[in-house]
Design a protein around this ligand. Structure first.
Ligand SMILES: C[S@@+](CC[C@H](N)C(=O)[O-])C[C@H]1O[C@@H](n2cnc3c(N)ncnc32)[C@H](O)[C@@H]1O
Length: 196
């Protein structure tokens, strides 16, 4: 097992290179593009977006339409980039921020590639259901024993968690970890809160 550091420290250091790594063919990151593909497939064009574990706010570069973004992240350096992309930001742990957010206060809730950093994913997902007015988009990375041992941030395996009433629910090859070289399977989930 490698010596662990906090998500905050790791992602603060990673922030300046994060978008380049996302675009690097060696990382082959598909999860954000796949979530955006689902989003457009269901014809959403405007509204408020809560982006949980938003990183640099890369999502906002891909969604076509008129959206207002709020991002939650523990990394101040990541949030600096998101702010430049027009995000309002909440610099807190997901576990602390979600219970403080009002019920049905955002049209769309995204949580891409960050739930594996949260120990109690079930409670976080319950909050996603509570907070979203229209739709929820989640990607959950499968964390194998090899990945849990070799990635420097503590991560948890939630990819088989039971999710009720999902309209889309399937695995893709989400990305290849740039630090460990391990390919990561990612579960893509789309949940509708109300009929359009
Ligand atoms: C793998 S990146 C994903 C970024 C973006 N959502 C994407 O899919 O490209 C994970 C992000 O979650 C943040 N993060 C990890 N654990 C967190 C926690 N417990 N609370 C808040 N943010 C966290 C990290 O700082 C990082 O920006």
């Amino acid at each position: 097992m490698v010596n662990k550091i906090s998500a905050e420290e790791f992602y603060d250091n990673f922030a300046p290179n994060y978008d380049d790594v996302l675009k690097d063919p060696k990382c082959n990151a598909q999860h954000v593009y796949e979530a955006v593909k689902i989003f457009h497939q269901y014809n959403y064009h405007q509204g408020s977006v809560l982006d949980i574990g938003c990183g640099t706010g890369f999502l906002s570069q891909l969604l076509q339409g008129d959206f207002e973004y709020t991002g939650i992240d523990i990394s101040a350096n990541m949030l600096e980039y998101a702010t430049k992309r027009g995000y309002k930001t909440i610099h807190k742990l997901i576990e602390t921020a979600l219970p403080e957010i009002d019920t049905q206060s955002y049209d769309f809730v995204f949580c891409l590639s960050s739930l594996h950093c949260v120990e109690d994913a079930k409670t976080a997902i319950d909050h996603l259901y509570r907070i979203a007015r229209q739709a929820i988009f989640i990607s959950i990375d499968e964390t194998t024993e090899e990945y849990i041992e070799n990635f420097v941030v503590p991560v948890y395996e939630h990819s088989k968690i039971v999710i009720e009433n999902a309209i889309e629910d399937y695995f893709i090859l989400g990305w290849t970890s740039p630090t460990t070289g391990i390919p990561i399977q990612t579960r893509m989930i789309y949940i509708e809160k109300k009929l359009k």
